[in-house]
Design a protein around this ligand. Structure first.
Ligand code: CA
Length: 234
């Protein structure tokens, strides 16, 4: 297997060093950028497999970097937020980050997250490779092409992130079955003990804005109050 690459965008040198050391020990090729502008430029020119992105950065903050990367690439992004503030977590996810971690974090938890986020892309690439009969889920005006990693609504391709696609695929492959947020976190994000169920809510909201005619009255991704979410095939 090719060596996977991680780009760290973080202005605190000691954090960069400890992350670099530990990720290299795990076998990743690691590059670092110390401000937002340099980070964005490396993200777009080097096309890393995963990006660790700090929020408070010189020249361009992490939110702006995230937004700009998302305009061009679906690379998994884990935001590193310094403050345990709701607004930071939610804003990062709204802008298309796949995940976030609040500082101070444990290296063990961070490497677990990196692995979980990379595992998803590895599986997807492996599954996308063979040109077998394409698996396509059609529901209403929605076409979900599992192998091509593509969602169309009324014939138009929906601009969707890796995580949003994974969530939609997971729900749509088992229509009408209700999943708790914890179960979705475990199955779609790949965590067992880490993670915050609000991540699921934010991703559902973002997904609804992309695939629903009226996100406040969802027809596809439906909330079962007090239980979780399900894909409504009918
Ligand atoms: Ca910083």
């Amino acid at each position: 297997m090719d060596q996977r690459s991680v780009l760290i965008i973080e202005d605190e040198q000691p954090i960069v060093e400890i992350l670099k050391y530990n990720l290299e020990k795990e076998g990743y090729a690691v590059q670092a950028a110390y401000d937002g502008a340099e980070g964005l430029s490396l993200a777009l020119s080097q096309n890393p497999d995963l990006i660790l992105l700090d929020v408070m950065l010189p020249k361009m903050d992490g939110f702006e970097v995230c937004r700009k990367i998302r305009e061009q690439a679906a690379t998994p992004i884990i935001m590193l937020t310094a403050r345990d503030e709701e607004v930071d977590k939610v804003l990062g996810l709204e802008l298309g980050a796949d995940d976030y971690m609040t500082k101070p974090f444990s290296i063990r938890e961070l490497t677990a997250r990196v692995k979980a986020n990379l595992r998803r892309t590895t599986i997807d690439k492996a599954q996308a490779a063979p040109a077998e009969a394409s698996e396509v889920i059609v529901s209403g005006d929605l076409v979900i092409n599992i192998e091509r990693y593509e969602v169309q609504k009324r014939g138009a391709v929906v601009d969707i992130t890796l995580r949003e696609f994974e969530l939609l695929k997971f729900l749509a492959m088992q229509p009408d079955k209700i999943f708790s947020r914890e179960s979705l976190l475990e199955n779609v994000w790949g965590y067992e003990y880490y993670g915050d169920v609000r991540t699921v809510d934010v991703t559902v909201r973002r997904l609804r804005e992309k695939i629903e005619d009226d996100p406040s009255l969802p027809r596809y991704i439906v909330t079962k109050r007090g239980v979780g979410y399900y894909f409504n095939k009918a």
